[in-house]
Design a protein around this ligand. Structure first.
Ligand code: SF4
Ligand code: SF4
Length: 123
C-alpha cells in the first residue's frame, strides 16, 4: 500500500467527471432548490451526471462551489471509521484516490497533516 505524502488541488476537474458524488440527506435537502440534480441508487443518492460530467460543472468550474457536497470537499480523501461499510480497522483511517493528479506519494508532509486535520473536523 502506498502513502500520500502531499496533495494540492491542481483544479484539473478530473474528479468532477470521475467521481460519483454521494449526497447526504442534509445535502439533498440543501440542493433540491436546483431541481432534478440527483440520481437515486437503491440506497444512496448521487449528483446526476450529464454527458459523463457532474451536472454542476460549468465551463470547468463548480457552479455551487461554496455549497458543494462533502464528498467533493474531501476528495481525494476518504475517511472510514469502525462500523462503516468496508472498514477493516479500528479508529479512523484515511484513504486517498491516487488517480488524482494532485496527489504526491511518499513520506507525509506537514501540509497534508494540516489538510487532513481540517477535513476531519467535518466528519
Ligand atoms: S482530480 Fe484532484 S487535482 Fe484535479 S480537481 Fe480533483 S482534487 Fe483537484
Ligand atoms: S458538485 Fe462541484 S465540485 Fe462536486 S463534482 Fe460537481 S462540479 Fe465538481
Amino acid at each position: 500500500m502506498e502513502k500520500a505524502g502531499a496533495w494540492k488541488c491542481l483544479r484539473c476537474g478530473i474528479c468532477c467527471t470521475k467521481l460519483d458524488v454521494m449526497v447526504t440527506p442534509d445535502e439533498e435537502r440543501r440542493l433540491e432548490k436546483y431541481g432534478d440534480v440527483f440520481e437515486r441508487g437503491r440506497v444512496l443518492v448521487y449528483l446526476r451526471k450529464v454527458k459523463g460530467r457532474c451536472i454542476f460543472l460549468e465551463n470547468g468550474n463548480c457552479a455551487i462551489y461554496p455549497e458543494r457536497p462533502m464528498a467533493c470537499v474531501k476528495y481525494p480523501f476518504y475517511f472510514k471509521s469502525k462500523g462503516d461499510a468496508e472498514s477493516r480497522f479500528d479508529g479512523i483511517h484515511v484513504y486517498v484516490d491516487s488517480s488524482c493528479p494532485g496527489v504526491v506519494l511518499g513520506n507525509h508532509s506537514e501540509a497534508i497533516v494540516n489538510i487532513l486535520e481540517d477535513l476531519m473536523k467535518n466528519l
